[in-house]
Design a protein around this ligand. Sequence first.
Ligand code: R5P
Length: 305
Amino acid sequence: MKIFSGSSNQALAQKVAKVMEMSVSPVEVFVFPDGERRIQIQEDVVDEETVVVQSTNTPVDTHYIELFFIIDGLLRSGAKSVTLVMPYMGYQRQDHVFRDGEAVSLDVVVKLLEALKVDRVITFDPHTIKLREFFQTDVVDLSALSLFAQFIKEKGWDSADTVLVSPDMGGLRRIKKMSSMLSNMNWIATVKDRDLDTGSILINRFEGPLPVAELKDKRALMVDDMISSGKTISECASFLKSNGVKEIQVFATHPIFSKDAPKLLQVSNADMVYVSDSVWIPEEKRFEKLKILSIAEMIAGELGL
Ligand code: R5P
């Protein structure tokens, strides 16, 4: 087996390779002055099982195109198979037509990957529960929730003074799963309304089995799949604080961190923001309240350590 990496998350590829006592094989990504990319696989891959690590976060289109070219380069060079490790898969928001005239972006990128003949896809905490339905190819969707649950147990945070919070109703499956990993810890959800045109968010009520009065003086563990603008976390944290919660710890798999998200998170009511390394966070987007937990061992395990 040989491991290659696109440019989106080379640090994660290196970590996975290290756990597997391998090294990342060289691939040259040359960028022409007009922005076009030329890919060259610089390793013999004839009859080899190959792995490509590439998250498709910002710049999403560039990372997809680069990935398509790497897969093509591997197969043209005689690789026996290509396993795609795409910890964060972009374009999952648009998994159906929300408003007339819209494209189903997820369908398009899946069709392109399948046309290129990827053999297996390993991803983490997909945004849409429909992801597998789009693929004919074998999809393994792992979850950083077990990593977070382990961390929470090690901290000794338990039901005595801690509750789980989903910042929106779309996260109910996730929060129930997390609850079952933490000895059925109590949970509650906030109801989020987002204006599709402006992106503004309103959170002003709760749903779920835990009485709101029970939040007073508790530690809240907020769990989400991704943080993009940071508005969901920030609004939810303010709402929890105004309902008497004393401490807020945030757990989110994919740190997309668009635009001013780091600043917003740093000044929010969250005490700490724990994320996975599914997406590489450049130095300028790191902030004091941020802590990164690695999914490298989980990936290595799936690749057959
Ligand atoms: C929503 O369905 C997701 O689970 C996240 O809550 C959302 O994408 C976060 O986005 P933002 O950080 O822009 O509020």
